[in-house]
Design a protein around this ligand. Structure first.
Ligand code: ZN
Ligand code: ZN
Length: 638
């Protein structure tokens, strides 16, 4: 069959794949550049052999599809000069555009093919056309094409059908995708191993579609049904959970993957580390690091940055620095990560030092690096330094401040008592201030007892986010700190009437590689009884050294978390109690919490660190607190 070379025979069956180029146009093998090809093309025009549709098709294929010599402008010209392009040439030019920066052009050419009628689309035509639809998310075009596929009886073709599924997935129409997919899977038995392997890829595509829409449960259901899974399937599910905020689930499936004897690879580690960071699961993070080293998985700037982020968010800034120093290469993300980490740990001077080193290393700071620098200044009250970094960012590096940068400055001015300046900045921001900015300002009004401004800000905040509990909490605390209990009671009533619920507080502690999660007044843990008696012991010992929470304050001063009585334990205290009964003496306890720590927990943590002779590291929503021997690293400036 490969020996067909008479073009008249071939012309009568234009949809056949032509024999290899070696036989039709051996000279093409010697073409090294597009210029060589142009010469060959010119020669074929002169001799008239260009009229042989297979010779023209070979020239088109070279400039349309070859990896190194792709030149679509030239390809388009070659194509439009063909008197009667055969099906192969139509498919070539459609495929070339479907993979290019102009996927829509593929659809335009396909339409022309339909009108032209000299060649009929075949099962090689549709996959690239569908790919083009997926890339331009043209669901309407895609549905029309689906109709044309059915009309031609090609919807039973496995290759076409899997591309249809992909098209629906990429356009986010999961119902149709899933229906078609089920039909593919049901007919699986009749297929060869190759097809079945291709099918695993299709499973992965559909699962990925659900994940992209945030439908992790649907993704998981499908994942559990998979007859066989590839490493990509596991990685997709891990990344899906992590990206959609299901950190515990991400870790669980990571464990399952190892139970199933599937070796994690580079992608797995990069995907799992953010979930580990968010949960503060230091032991797990260390395991991942050791695994990478043992299995010679290259710790490059990307994996390195993820490790640095993990160590700093898990409370081990020293290890973060160690990884940072050991990296052969550091990109702007790596630098921003270590600067942000140092800032979070309140090591402002080191954060600023690293920023300087980054500049000296000739790495262009990103706006994220400046968020780190400004928040370092904010945690340490460095007003003048922050001002000069702000100027540097805008004037020297020409970066436009984002709302996060304004947030840092408002927070900084506010804490430092420069309320006027903070307010001015908020009022003159080029973008609309969001609730985070207003809350920072309201928080500052609370610290510095500026009721007038505070009430004004609270009003704005309530308009902006009427059902956000945070604003009421701050307002009520401002009144409480001034002893205006009537106003406090009014705010609480308002909250009740509007049925405003607060985010439930939640803390995590990792013991022997297991994550334990605690909610407020949580007694669902198997060791709840022991935890409860430990909490009582902690309270007794604290009282015995003179610690007495001001009960009036405690009852009326509400926090981000509800607290109805003095016996009501916040989640971080429960986690610490569990940590104390589950670890040997002198073990550092690390807790991560989803909300900001309250003042009462902060002071009792200081005391517990001294009474039990433990280092306690708490990461709350804003920053780290390192408690040791009765003191906190934040120096109570938080
Ligand atoms: Zn608390
Ligand atoms: Zn602190």
């Amino acid at each position: 069959m490969l020996l067909f070379s008479c073009s008249s025979v071939l012309k009568s069956s234009p949809c056949l794949h032509p024999p290899s180029s070696f036989l039709i146009l051996p000279e093409i093998k010697t073409c090294k550049t597009i210029r060589d090809l142009q010469q060959l093309h010119a020669q074929k025009i002169k001799t008239g052999r260009i009229r042989d549709p297979f010779i023209a098709a070979e020239i088109l294929k070279f400039c349309a599809l070859s990896d190194h010599h792709r030149n679509l402008r030239y390809a388009r010209m070659v194509f439009y000069q063909m008197e009667e392009p055969n099906c192969f040439s139509w498919n070539t030019i459609i495929r070339a555009f479907s993979e290019s920066d102009e996927p829509f052009e593929a659809l335009v050419i396909y339409h022309r093919m339909l009108c032209d009628e000299s060649a009929k689309p075949n099962h090689y035509t549709f996959p690239p056309v569908l790919k083009a639809c997926a890339r331009v998310t043209g669901i309407e075009e895609g549905k029309q094409i689906h109709g044309q596929i059915i009309k031609r009886g090609l919807d039973c073709d496995g290759f076409v059908r899997s591309n249809l599924v992909r098209m629906y997935v990429f356009c986010g129409v999961m119902d149709d995708a899933h229906r078609l997919f089920n039909r593919s899977v049901e007919s699986d038995d009749a297929w060869s191993d190759d097809v079945r392997e291709g099918n695993v890829v299709l499973w992965n595509v559909v699962i990925d579609g659900y994940i992209r829409l945030g439908a992790t449960e649907d993704a998981r259901r499908l994942f559990d049904k998979m007859p066989q899974r590839s490493l990509v399937s596991w990685n997709g599910m891990i990344a899906g959970y992590a990206q959609n905020g299901f950190f515990k689930e991400a870790l669980e499936i990571f464990h399952e993957m190892q139970m199933a004897n599937v070796q994690p690879n580079y992608v797995t580690l990069v995907s799992i580390l953010p979930a580990i960071s968010r949960l503060g699961a230091l032991d797990m993070g260390k395991w991942v690091h050791a695994f990478a080293e043992k299995n010679k998985i290259e710790v490059d700037d990307v994996l390195g940055s993820a490790l640095i982020d993990m160590y700093s968010k898990c409370g081990s800034i020293d290890k973060a620095l160690q990884v940072f120093r050991g990296l052969p290469q550091r990109n702007s993300v790596t630098w921003s990560t270590i600067i942000g980490g140092l800032a979070m740990h309140g090591q402002a001077k080191d954060a600023l030092d690293h920023f300087l080193q980054m500049e000296l290393a000739g790495v262009m700071p990103s706006d994220v690096a400046f968020i780190g620098v400004l928040s370092a200044c904010s945690h340490a009250g460095l007003v003048d330094e922050a001002r000069s970094y702000w100027n540097k960012m805008t004037r020297v590096y020409g970066l436009r401040p984002r709302i996060e940068h304004y947030g840092c400055m408002v927070d900084l001015f506010g804490r430092a008592g420069l309320l006027q300046e903070a307010e001015e900045l908020v009022l003159n921001m080029p973008m609309k201030p969001d609730d985070v900015i207003w809350k920072a300002l309201l928080g500052a009004c609370r610290i510095h007892g500026n009721v007038e401004m505070g009430e004004c800000v609270a009003k704005r905040l309530m308009e902006l986010a009427p059902h956000d509990g945070g604003c009421y909490v701050l307002l009520s605390n401002m009144y409480a700190s001034l002893g205006r209990w009537e106003a406090v009671a009014e705010v609480r009533l308002m909250m009740k009437e509007m049925d405003i619920r607060k985010d439930p507080g939640c803390s995590w502690i990792e013991i022997d590689g297991m994550i334990h999660e605690f909610l407020v007044e949580d007694d669902s843990h198997p060791r709840a009884k022991e935890i409860r008696s430990m909490l009582e012991e902690m309270a007794d010992r604290s009282r015995s050294v003179g610690y007495a929470p001001d009960t009036t304050q405690v009852l009326l001063n509400i926090d981000e978390e509800e607290r109805e009585s003095v016996l009501y334990y916040h989640s971080e205290k429960i986690a610490i109690a569990f940590g104390l009964i589950s670890t040997s003496p002198a073990t550092t306890l690390r807790v991560a919490k989803n909300l900001r720590m309250c003042g009462d927990c902060h002071s009792s943590m200081k005391l517990i660190s001294k009474l039990y002779n433990r280092r306690i590291i708490v990461r709350d929503r804003n920053r780290f607190h390192h408690f040791e021997n009765g003191l906190c690293s934040c120096m109570d400036y938080w």
